[in-house]
Design a protein around this ligand. Structure first.
Ligand code: ATP
Length: 222
């Protein structure tokens, strides 16, 4: 059973008169088998929460634990290893490599990670995300929604224990949004993943197992 714990996490940006409390004393726990939604208005701290959960930023105060390891105490190298082995990110910027085709985006991951989906599972994933026809295209030939679906497939390709997704449905129409969120929910339930989705998109609220809200850096369960 995997577990992600935030223990009194505060994140402050800037100093003195320009000090800004982006996360204010957050306590949070997620276990494998759950799809968790974090909603909140723009600027409320959602992305900061997600990047700290994945070790991309460190808290100013408090601890983040992944399976009983306090990731705040790990060296940079240990944090990078943890991210590569256990965490799949879907970031708002998609982070696709511009000079690689869709197919090559996955092969590129092969070089740095051994723990990838079998060919059958990969075919299934590409089919579910309607990407099979796009394998030979480059990112600049794709629409926003298509890039978003490639970024989701790439995060799932390494079969990570945790999936952290920032606005994964922002560029998708309602039908595709629901498909993507159902896919993530199935993965959480059937393959025992922890999936945390940060979103403005209140259409997704009824599908998640748990919903949290962040307002002005404070988190509450809805
Ligand atoms: N590196 C930084 N330096 C200073 N302030 C920052 C930094 N990163 C975020 N902030 C501030 O912290 C607050 C929370 O930002 P965050 O990106 O977490 O919000 P968000 O809820 O994800 O917003 P959105 O929905 O618009 O993406 C914002 O006021 C933002 O300006």
């Amino acid at each position: 059973m995997s577990k992600l714990i935030f223990d009194s996490v505060t994140k402050v940006f800037g100093e003195g008169s320009s000090e800004y409390v982006a996360l204010d004393n957050i306590n949070f726990e997620a276990e494998s088998g759950q799809l968790i939604l974090v909603v909140g208005p723009s600027g409320s701290g959602k992305t900061t929460f997600l990047t700290i959960a994945g070790g991309l930023q460190t808290p100013t105060k408090g601890n983040v634990k992944i399976n009983n390891t306090n990731i705040t105490n790990l060296s940079k190298r240990q944090q990078t290893n943890l991210r590569l082995k256990k965490i799949g990110f879907v970031l708002q910027s998609y982070n696709l490599v511009p000079f690689l085709t869709v197919e090559e985006q996955f092969k590129f991951v092969d070089k740095i990670n051994q723990n990838n989906l079998t060919e059958n599972k990969m075919h299934e994933l590409l089919e579910d995300l309607e990407l099979l026809q796009l394998l030979k295209k480059y990112p600049n030939q794709l629409s926003g929604g298509q890039k978003q679906r490639v970024a989701i497939a790439r995060a799932l390709y390494t079969d990570p224990e945790y999936i952290l997704a920032d606005e994964p449905t922002a560029a998708l129409d309602t039908e595709r949004s629901m498909k993507v969120i159902e896919l993530l929910k199935n993965l959480a339930h059937k393959r025992n993943k922890i999936i945390i989705v940060v979103t403005h998109d209140l259409r997704l609220k009824d599908i998640a197992d748990r919903v949290y809200q962040i307002i002005d850096g404070k988190m509450t369960m809805l």
